[in-house]
Design a protein around this ligand. Structure first.
Ligand code: PXP
Length: 238
Protein backbone atom coordinates (compact mmCIF):
# COMPACT_ATOMS: atom_id res chain seq x y z
CA UNK A 1 0.00 0.00 0.00
CA UNK A 2 1.39 3.40 -1.00
CA UNK A 3 1.21 5.78 1.96
CA UNK A 4 0.02 9.35 1.56
CA UNK A 5 1.85 12.10 3.42
CA UNK A 6 0.27 15.54 3.21
CA UNK A 7 2.72 18.45 3.02
CA UNK A 8 1.22 21.38 4.96
CA UNK A 9 3.74 24.06 3.90
CA UNK A 10 1.14 25.81 1.70
CA UNK A 11 -1.08 26.50 4.70
CA UNK A 12 1.84 28.18 6.43
CA UNK A 13 2.57 30.19 3.27
CA UNK A 14 -0.97 31.57 3.39
CA UNK A 15 -0.69 32.35 7.10
CA UNK A 16 2.65 34.12 6.69
CA UNK A 17 1.23 36.28 3.88
CA UNK A 18 -0.72 38.19 6.56
CA UNK A 19 1.62 37.60 9.46
CA UNK A 20 -1.15 36.38 11.77
CA UNK A 21 -2.12 32.98 13.11
CA UNK A 22 -4.61 31.80 10.44
CA UNK A 23 -4.81 29.40 8.72
CA UNK A 24 -2.89 27.08 11.01
CA UNK A 25 -0.90 24.23 9.39
CA UNK A 26 -1.32 22.21 12.59
CA UNK A 27 -5.10 22.38 12.14
CA UNK A 28 -4.64 21.29 8.50
CA UNK A 29 -2.50 18.37 9.66
CA UNK A 30 -5.25 17.19 12.01
CA UNK A 31 -7.93 17.45 9.29
CA UNK A 32 -5.71 15.60 6.79
CA UNK A 33 -5.13 12.75 9.23
CA UNK A 34 -8.84 12.60 10.09
CA UNK A 35 -9.58 12.34 6.36
CA UNK A 36 -7.34 9.26 6.19
CA UNK A 37 -3.85 10.51 5.30
CA UNK A 38 -1.06 8.29 6.62
CA UNK A 39 1.26 11.07 7.64
CA UNK A 40 2.25 14.72 7.56
CA UNK A 41 5.21 16.43 5.92
CA UNK A 42 6.59 19.90 6.64
CA UNK A 43 9.69 21.70 5.40
CA UNK A 44 11.32 24.01 7.92
CA UNK A 45 13.35 26.38 5.82
CA UNK A 46 16.36 28.35 6.96
CA UNK A 47 14.50 31.62 6.18
CA UNK A 48 11.30 30.41 7.98
CA UNK A 49 9.23 31.80 5.15
CA UNK A 50 6.38 29.33 5.69
CA UNK A 51 6.67 26.62 8.36
CA UNK A 52 7.82 27.94 11.76
CA UNK A 53 9.57 26.09 14.58
CA UNK A 54 6.36 26.03 16.62
CA UNK A 55 4.54 24.31 13.73
CA UNK A 56 6.82 21.30 13.67
CA UNK A 57 6.91 21.14 17.49
CA UNK A 58 3.11 21.07 17.61
CA UNK A 59 2.69 18.67 14.68
CA UNK A 60 5.04 16.26 16.41
CA UNK A 61 3.02 16.52 19.63
CA UNK A 62 -0.49 16.46 18.16
CA UNK A 63 -0.10 13.94 15.34
CA UNK A 64 0.67 10.37 16.31
CA UNK A 65 0.90 9.34 12.66
CA UNK A 66 4.12 9.45 10.69
CA UNK A 67 5.84 12.85 10.61
CA UNK A 68 8.27 13.57 7.79
CA UNK A 69 10.53 16.61 8.23
CA UNK A 70 12.03 18.01 5.06
CA UNK A 71 15.31 19.68 5.91
CA UNK A 72 18.47 21.12 4.44
CA UNK A 73 21.71 19.54 5.63
CA UNK A 74 22.76 22.36 7.95
CA UNK A 75 23.84 22.04 11.58
CA UNK A 76 20.84 24.15 12.61
CA UNK A 77 18.38 21.70 11.00
CA UNK A 78 20.22 18.64 12.28
CA UNK A 79 19.96 20.01 15.84
CA UNK A 80 16.25 20.70 15.37
CA UNK A 81 15.64 17.20 13.97
CA UNK A 82 17.46 15.68 16.96
CA UNK A 83 15.17 17.68 19.26
CA UNK A 84 11.86 17.08 17.43
CA UNK A 85 12.62 13.50 16.36
CA UNK A 86 10.37 13.14 13.30
CA UNK A 87 9.84 9.59 12.04
CA UNK A 88 11.60 10.45 8.82
CA UNK A 89 14.00 13.19 7.76
CA UNK A 90 14.02 13.95 4.05
CA UNK A 91 17.22 15.73 3.09
CA UNK A 92 16.63 18.40 0.47
CA UNK A 93 18.72 21.11 -1.19
CA UNK A 94 17.76 24.69 -0.44
CA UNK A 95 18.59 27.66 -2.62
CA UNK A 96 17.99 31.14 -1.24
CA UNK A 97 15.18 32.76 -3.23
CA UNK A 98 13.79 29.58 -4.80
CA UNK A 99 9.98 29.35 -4.97
CA UNK A 100 10.01 25.63 -4.18
CA UNK A 101 12.62 22.88 -4.05
CA UNK A 102 14.07 22.88 -7.53
CA UNK A 103 15.71 19.47 -7.79
CA UNK A 104 16.91 16.54 -5.77
CA UNK A 105 19.96 16.88 -3.56
CA UNK A 106 23.36 16.68 -5.25
CA UNK A 107 24.34 13.70 -3.11
CA UNK A 108 27.59 13.17 -4.99
CA UNK A 109 28.76 16.70 -4.18
CA UNK A 110 27.88 16.15 -0.50
CA UNK A 111 29.23 12.61 -0.21
CA UNK A 112 31.96 13.44 2.29
CA UNK A 113 29.79 14.97 4.99
CA UNK A 114 26.53 13.00 4.45
CA UNK A 115 27.55 9.66 6.04
CA UNK A 116 28.14 11.26 9.45
CA UNK A 117 24.98 13.38 9.29
CA UNK A 118 22.84 10.41 8.24
CA UNK A 119 24.33 8.14 10.90
CA UNK A 120 23.67 10.78 13.58
CA UNK A 121 19.99 11.00 12.55
CA UNK A 122 19.66 7.22 12.30
CA UNK A 123 21.28 6.68 15.70
CA UNK A 124 18.61 8.96 17.18
CA UNK A 125 15.92 6.67 15.73
CA UNK A 126 14.96 8.53 12.57
CA UNK A 127 14.65 7.10 9.08
CA UNK A 128 16.60 9.10 6.52
CA UNK A 129 15.45 9.68 2.98
CA UNK A 130 17.31 11.70 0.35
CA UNK A 131 15.30 13.75 -2.13
CA UNK A 132 17.07 12.36 -5.18
CA UNK A 133 17.82 13.44 -8.67
CA UNK A 134 16.76 10.93 -11.32
CA UNK A 135 20.30 9.96 -12.07
CA UNK A 136 21.92 6.55 -11.65
CA UNK A 137 25.08 7.84 -9.99
CA UNK A 138 23.11 10.07 -7.61
CA UNK A 139 20.95 7.13 -6.52
CA UNK A 140 24.01 4.93 -6.03
CA UNK A 141 25.55 7.74 -3.96
CA UNK A 142 22.44 7.80 -1.73
CA UNK A 143 23.08 4.14 -0.98
CA UNK A 144 26.79 4.75 -0.37
CA UNK A 145 26.18 7.53 2.16
CA UNK A 146 23.80 5.32 4.17
CA UNK A 147 20.29 6.62 3.35
CA UNK A 148 17.37 4.30 4.12
CA UNK A 149 15.28 5.63 1.28
CA UNK A 150 15.26 8.01 -1.64
CA UNK A 151 12.41 10.27 -2.67
CA UNK A 152 12.12 10.48 -6.43
CA UNK A 153 11.86 14.04 -7.75
CA UNK A 154 8.61 13.77 -9.71
CA UNK A 155 8.40 17.37 -10.95
CA UNK A 156 9.55 16.50 -14.52
CA UNK A 157 6.87 13.77 -14.70
CA UNK A 158 4.22 16.05 -13.16
CA UNK A 159 4.93 18.77 -15.71
CA UNK A 160 5.09 16.35 -18.63
CA UNK A 161 1.80 14.69 -17.68
CA UNK A 162 -0.66 14.94 -20.56
CA UNK A 163 2.04 15.98 -23.03
CA UNK A 164 4.12 13.99 -25.50
CA UNK A 165 6.91 13.76 -22.88
CA UNK A 166 4.78 11.96 -20.31
CA UNK A 167 5.95 8.44 -21.22
CA UNK A 168 9.58 9.47 -21.37
CA UNK A 169 9.45 11.08 -17.92
CA UNK A 170 7.49 8.20 -16.44
CA UNK A 171 10.06 5.71 -17.74
CA UNK A 172 12.80 7.72 -16.04
CA UNK A 173 10.92 7.29 -12.74
CA UNK A 174 10.54 3.56 -13.32
CA UNK A 175 14.22 3.16 -14.13
CA UNK A 176 15.19 5.02 -10.95
CA UNK A 177 12.72 2.96 -8.93
CA UNK A 178 14.20 -0.27 -10.27
CA UNK A 179 17.70 0.85 -9.37
CA UNK A 180 16.58 1.81 -5.85
CA UNK A 181 15.05 -1.64 -5.42
CA UNK A 182 18.20 -3.33 -6.67
CA UNK A 183 20.29 -1.34 -4.19
CA UNK A 184 17.92 -2.09 -1.30
CA UNK A 185 16.80 1.53 -0.91
CA UNK A 186 13.21 2.24 0.12
CA UNK A 187 11.30 4.45 -2.28
CA UNK A 188 9.24 7.61 -1.80
CA UNK A 189 8.13 10.11 -4.45
CA UNK A 190 7.01 13.71 -4.47
CA UNK A 191 6.64 17.07 -6.19
CA UNK A 192 3.87 18.17 -8.52
CA UNK A 193 1.78 15.08 -7.93
CA UNK A 194 -2.01 15.42 -8.06
CA UNK A 195 -5.13 13.31 -8.21
CA UNK A 196 -4.76 12.89 -11.97
CA UNK A 197 -1.09 12.05 -12.46
CA UNK A 198 -0.94 9.87 -9.32
CA UNK A 199 -2.75 6.93 -10.94
CA UNK A 200 0.21 5.98 -13.09
CA UNK A 201 2.59 5.88 -10.12
CA UNK A 202 0.71 2.89 -8.74
CA UNK A 203 2.47 0.84 -11.42
CA UNK A 204 5.76 1.33 -9.53
CA UNK A 205 5.67 -1.75 -7.30
CA UNK A 206 8.25 -0.71 -4.72
CA UNK A 207 6.80 2.76 -4.08
CA UNK A 208 6.18 3.19 -0.35
CA UNK A 209 5.05 6.79 0.08
CA UNK A 210 4.06 9.91 -1.84
CA UNK A 211 4.19 13.40 -0.39
CA UNK A 212 1.74 15.92 -1.79
CA UNK A 213 1.25 19.59 -0.93
CA UNK A 214 0.45 22.21 -3.55
CA UNK A 215 -2.22 20.31 -5.47
CA UNK A 216 -4.14 19.10 -2.43
CA UNK A 217 -4.47 22.60 -0.96
CA UNK A 218 -5.32 24.01 -4.40
CA UNK A 219 -8.17 21.50 -4.58
CA UNK A 220 -9.12 22.15 -0.95
CA UNK A 221 -10.03 25.76 -1.77
CA UNK A 222 -12.88 24.44 -3.91
CA UNK A 223 -13.88 21.09 -2.41
CA UNK A 224 -12.55 21.28 1.16
CA UNK A 225 -9.45 19.64 2.61
CA UNK A 226 -11.19 16.48 3.76
CA UNK A 227 -12.54 15.84 0.25
CA UNK A 228 -9.23 16.74 -1.38
CA UNK A 229 -7.37 14.22 0.77
CA UNK A 230 -10.03 11.58 0.15
CA UNK A 231 -9.77 12.20 -3.58
CA UNK A 232 -6.06 11.31 -3.45
CA UNK A 233 -6.71 8.30 -1.26
CA UNK A 234 -9.39 7.08 -3.68
CA UNK A 235 -6.77 7.05 -6.44
CA UNK A 236 -4.15 5.35 -4.29
CA UNK A 237 -6.45 2.74 -2.80
CA UNK A 238 -8.55 1.82 -5.88
N1 PXP B 1 8.77 16.47 -1.72
C1 PXP B 1 9.71 17.42 -1.53
C2 PXP B 1 11.09 16.99 -1.19
C3 PXP B 1 9.37 18.79 -1.62
O1 PXP B 1 10.33 19.71 -1.42
C4 PXP B 1 8.06 19.15 -1.90
C5 PXP B 1 7.67 20.60 -1.97
O2 PXP B 1 7.80 21.19 -0.72
C6 PXP B 1 7.10 18.13 -2.07
C7 PXP B 1 7.50 16.81 -2.01
C8 PXP B 1 5.67 18.43 -2.34
O3 PXP B 1 5.55 19.01 -3.60
P1 PXP B 1 4.17 19.66 -4.05
O4 PXP B 1 3.91 20.81 -3.13
O5 PXP B 1 4.41 20.04 -5.47
O6 PXP B 1 3.12 18.58 -3.90
Amino acid sequence: MIKLSINVDKVATLRQSRGGTQPDPVHAAVVAIQAGADGITAHLRHDRRHIQDRDIELIRQVISHEFNLEMAITQEMIDIALKIKPDQCTLVPERVGEITTENGLDTIAEKNRLPKIIQTLKDAGMRVSIFSRLDEDQIKAAKDVGADRIELYTEPYGHAYGTKNEDYEFKRLVKSAELAEKLGLGLNAGHDLDYRNLEKLKAIPNLLEVSIGHSVFSRAIFIGLENAVKELLAVLRS
